[in-house]
Design a protein around this ligand. Sequence first.
Ligand code: GLN
Length: 201
Amino acid sequence: MAVQGDVSEHVDALKMSMQALKIDGTAVTVRSTEDMRGISGLVIPGGESTTISRLMLASGIHEKVLELAKKGLPILGTCAGAILLAKEGDTQVSQTNTKLLGLLDMSVLRNGYGRQADSFEADLKITEIGKEPFKAVFIRSPIIEKVWGDTKVWVRRQSEIVGARKGNLIALTFHPELSGDLRFHMYFLKTILDSSRIKSR
Ligand code: GLN
């Protein structure tokens, strides 16, 4: 989705990941519901959740995402995108009238690290993507406060939840597109491939 935020970094990471995995696909930038025709996965990038949400509502993308998610569309939300996937937010979310998609059973604290830790890096261990730690970049990131129902904790940084998922819906509070490490994008592309294989059976 390309209404606002760090779009080009995700596009580059997706292109390089498709090349590495020998997937014959295209990364399209979504600015309208027409752009969503025929997509097999969606990335909601980092940026300003308030602005992205406003533009998603005005363009009809918000409704379209909910419709496609119901049909099983794999979605990766990073940082602001992770906020938008959540069901519940804190007062910063409600006071800005940010309309969340509510696709993941989780609550988020917007700008959860506060001002003193605006941005930082952390080594994360996620067995699904490989043995080597992933150098994750956090920029004014949210914190996932809690998850419930079918939504599971996927990635932790010490005791904090920095990644959650429910089937094909994945939320990461950091910026996987800024690490020069394609493993999360490749993992997401494999999720897309697996889900389309299951559907076509
Ligand atoms: N703090 C931003 C927000 O609330 C998210 C930051 C980011 O995506 N890098 O929308």
